[in-house]
Design a binder for this molecule. Structure first.
Ligand code: FES
Length: 122
């Protein structure tokens, strides 16, 4: 029998540790990836690590940002998008649909289901 989440357990899932990788290789650098990284680093904490990465293999759609352990990929991220990623994804647990890389996330509802099942598994 499954249990409904209590406010305490919901807060725990929101506060889970995450790691954000921001590609700083050539193609992404051309599209302001350094500014995206700098903006994200302003939100780093004990629960949120932010770091530069080498090429993440999605050069045609950079700047590329990947959130782990959610395994959520964002594409064409600009510094203006950082607040939405932090608020919607990191704080509320819902990835920012308009920024999702379509190659990895063709179905938003399916992604939400996967993330929900991951949070109940841990
Ligand atoms: S250069 Fe950023 S993903 Fe390849």
């Amino acid at each position: 029998m499954s249990q409904l989440p209590t406010p305490e357990s919901s807060n725990q899932s929101i506060a889970k540790r995450r790691f954000i990788q921001v590609c700083q290789y050539r193609s992404c650098q051309r599209f302001n990836a350094a500014a995206v990284l700098a903006e994200l680093k302003q939100h780093a904490s004990a629960e949120l690590m932010v770091a530069a990465s080498s090429c993440l293999g999605q050069c045609g759609s950079g700047p590329t940002v990947r959130v782990v352990p959610d395994n959520v990929w964002y594409c064409r991220v600009s510094p203006k998008d950082v607040d939405a990623i932090i608020e919607q994804h990191i704080r509320q647990g819902s990835p920012v649909k308009r920024l999702l890389h379509p190659r990895f996330h063709p179905d938003y509802e399916r992604l939400l289901e996967r993330l929900k099942s991951q949070s109940t598994d841990s």
